[in-house]
Structures are given as C-alpha cells and as structure tokens.
Design a protein around this ligand. Structure first.
Ligand SMILES: *Cc1c(COP(=O)(O)O)cnc(C)c1O
Length: 444
C-alpha cells in the first residue's frame, strides 16, 4: 500500500489500447477522487490510466476493452480460490435469496467463527467486522483496553489499513516517534505510535525498555506484504513473542493478508509463533466485505457486550459475506490445496528469477507460499529502507509491458503478487514467457 511518487512517466505500449477504459476513467474522475475508490487502483506508482474491469472468472480478469489478463492481484488477496468459483457463487446466491442483512444474529456466524477458531492457533473467540482497517483498529483498541496502556509499536512499511494511529510509517531515524503520513491525522493520534524497522527485534527491545509499562501492543504483518513481499528473518517472530511476554505487552499479528494464504492457519501456523491477538480480512470474506479480529477467551470477553471495550457494526457478520467466506474456507480445507499453491508459486518465482537474471537487470524474487514479489534490486530485502532502493522506474515499464501481454501484476513495486488455486501450469508458463519479453522491452 506504500505509494512513493512516480518519477518517470510510463511509456505507452504499441497495440495495447484502452479507449473504453479511458472514457470510463474520465467519467469516474469527475465524481470520485482520482476516479477510484481505493488509491492503489489509480496506477499512481506506475503512471497512466487503469483498465476498467467488466468480469472475472477463475484466474482471469476481463476489461471493458475486451482484453483478458492472468490475474495476480486477486482483488489484493481475497480471491484465493479464483473468481466466480461455482461453490462460492452458489453459496452467496442462496444466502441472497433469504435476505441480505437482518441486523440480528444468524447461525452461520457461529459456524464460520468455529472454523476460524479451529484454524488459527491464537484464536478462541473472534468478532466479525467489515474491513481489514476495522479489524486492526479494533485489535488495537482491545489491546489498549485489556492492558490499560496507550502506546503501540508498529513497523515502518507495514500497512494495517487507514486508522489514524496506524497511518504512520515514515520515521527519520531507525526508531523514533511517529510522524503522521497523511494530513488529517493529528499529532495526538500519532504520538502513541512508536516506530521500528521491520525485522529488527533489537529495536523493539529498546523501545519496550525505554517505555516501561506503557506499551499495549506490538503490531506487525508477520510476513510483510505491503512493502513488497518481505519474509521475517529466522528468529524475528520468536524474539518478538519473548519480548512482548516479558513486558506484559500484547503481540498482534495483522494476518489480513497472510491469514488462510500462507497456510490455512496463517503465518502463525507456518512459523509456529502464536500472537495474543490476530486480525484477519481479505480471504475470510471470500471476495465480499468481511474481516475479523480474535484472541483468547480471556481477552475477547472484554469486548462489548460481555465486557467494557466497545466495538460494533451495522453490517458486521453480513449473511452474504459469511456465506462467501465459509464457502471459501471449506474449499481451502480440501486436501492438497496449499501444496499445489506452493508448487505453482515456486515455479513462477523461479521462472521470474531466471528471466530477470537472463535480462541482466538487478533483481531478487522473495516469496512465502503463494505471495511473492520480483524486486528490481540486487540482494535480499529485509525492511522498507531496502525496498525503497528498488528501481521503481524499471518496475513501471515492466508492469505496463506485462499488462500489454495479458498479465495483471500489482501496480506497484511495493505490493505482493498472489497466485490462486485457479491458476494453471499453462498460466504460469505464459507469465514467465511474457516476463522475458517484457523485461527485454522495459530495459531497452
Ligand atoms: C489489506 C490490508 C489491510 C486493510 O484491509 P482493508 O480491508 O483494505 O481495510 C490491513 N492489513 C493488511 C496486512 C492488509 O494487507
């Protein structure tokens, strides 16, 4: 979600034209800021105007100008079983026929909460909300309410949605007081957010020691996906687990992106480190607006109405979203799904790595499960400072050349690509062949 300013205008690609999209974009831009309802969609980091989408099926997106794309954004994460999966579509249609919102409890909410508690090691109880932003914001409130402390620690380059106290990323020094990175976030909202670099447990230790008894929570993406894909260094998550326990601070994993993605039980299952509180989103809604936060029974019973920590939502646990989420989770429990995602993603990562090597461009491919990023940077990326040294102008040219060849990658160097269960070996082969051509064209 990090969007440094575009420096080099993207070149147009001969033969790849978007007249209907362009007209739709002009119309939308008059009534919607930037023509989009979420900034990344406007292609600010790569220049140019975005194709407008008409349909999506399986692993493919179809734009209004008649182009087909192999989709590696999957709606930025949720579409892990592919678009319009028949079982998800049927579940939503059946639910819709029975009523789209009641403002009263339904049986399916307990069914999906049971599935989440069975899947995610840190969760005994959870509460459904409508977006990842709401999930992390509520997780922070719970951590503060539970510990009676105000401060939180977040990692530079990690994105947790747009709640005020979390829109803080840019520290001038390695560890510093947060400075808001959006107008409208008050210094007061920023003052209780302390920043550390990702992958630096010692920086967290120093902050906890410098603020004894004051830090409610250490919050992070256990695998960073919003600065491009950056895995935790070996021992990093374990060290944070130990430090937070020592200081009576809650450890919050924002698994909005990684939950049900890198393993059915998320990064906490994959790495064997259990946080106190977990935020979920994206996949859990199966392409409809749903997210959740969860923790132990001891923590979650402090949430209203059983406890004093207030949190509510008119459309929370919405029947259509619960149906889509539950159908998606059921599909993910079928045998072999994650093994196949792993193998296909490894093949893609390997092919992109070889293509970049043969093209002679600076590169490193980082991957965990079905999340990956090709960085135009020589050597591994461990944190946001490393990521920012990537060649974003080369990325922008590469992105457009791929789009013109029918491959839809995330439109920023600082985002992860996602492989879905609907992708085939042939899709991956096509993508690698396209990358070879695109790299040659982008380098020229
Ligand atoms: C997408 C994302 C969010 C925000 O979720 P929204 O549904 O867009 O509000 C929060 N945290 C992480 C790690 C995310 O990837």
């Amino acid at each position: 979600m990090n969007q440094p300013a575009m420096t080099t205008p993207a070149r147009s690609v001969p033969g790849y034209d978007l007249p209907k999209s362009s007209a739709a974009f002009a119309r939308a831009s008059k009534v919607i800021p930037g023509g989009v309802n979420s900034p990344a969609r406007a292609f600010g980091a790569v220049g140019g105007e975005p194709p407008f989408m008409a349909e999506a099926h399986g692993a493919y997106l179809f734009d209004v100008d008649g182009h087909r794309y192999i989709d590696y954004i999957g709606s930025w994460g949720p579409m892990i079983v592919g678009h319009t999966h028949p079982k998800v579509t049927a579940a939503v249609s059946e639910a819709l026929a029975l009523g789209s919102s009641f403002g009263a409890p339904t049986e399916r909410e307990a069914e999906i909460a049971e599935a989440v508690a069975a899947a995610v090691p840190s969760i005994e109880m959870c509460r459904f909300v409508s977006s990842g932003t709401e999930a992390t914001m509520s997780a922070i409130r719970v951590a503060r309410g539970f510990t009676g402390r105000d401060k939180i620690v977040k990692m530079a380059g990690c994105y947790h949605g747009h709640a005020d106290c979390l829109l803080i990323q840019a520290g001038s020094a390695a560890t510093t007081l947060g400075v808001p990175n959006s107008p409208g976030v008050t210094p007061g909202a920023a003052a209780d957010t302390l920043l550390c670099p990702f992958n630096d447990a010692d920086a967290v230790r120093k902050l906890l020691e410098a603020n004894p008894g004051q830090v409610a929570a250490v919050l992070l993406e256990p695998i960073a996906g919003n600065m491009g894909l950056v895995p935790p260094r070996p021992g990093y998550l374990e060290a944070l687990r130990e430090l937070t326990t020592q200081h009576g601070t809650l450890l919050i994993f924002d698994e909005v992106m990684t939950g049900f993605r890198v393993a059915y039980g998320g990064a906490q299952e994959r790495f064997g480190v259990t946080p106190d509180v977990t935020a979920l989103g994206k996949i859990i809604g199966g392409g409809l607006p749903a997210a959740a936060y969860g923790a132990s029974r001891e923590i979650m019973t402090k949430v209203s109405p059983t406890g004093p920590i207030y949190q509510a939502g008119t459309l929370s646990g919405n029947p259509l979203a619960m149906a889509a989420g539950l159908a998606t989770l059921n599909l993910l429990r079928e045998p072999g799904v994650y093994d196949r995602l792993e193998a296909l993603s490894a093949k893609l990562a390997d092919g992109l790595e070889k293509a970049a090597r043969d093209a002679g461009v600076p590169h490193v491919v980082q991957r965990v499960g079905s999340m990956l990023t090709l960085f135009f940077h020589d050597g591994p990326i461990h944190d946001y400072e490393d990521a920012k040294r990537s060649d974003t102008a080369l990325f922008a040219r590469f992105f457009w050349e791929m789009l013109a060849r029918g491959v839809y990658l995330p439109c920023s160097q600082f985002e992860a690509a996602f492989v879905s269960a609907a992708h085939t070996e042939a899709d991956v082969d096509h993508t690698i062949a396209a990358a070879r051509e695109a790299l040659a064209a982008a380098r020229a």
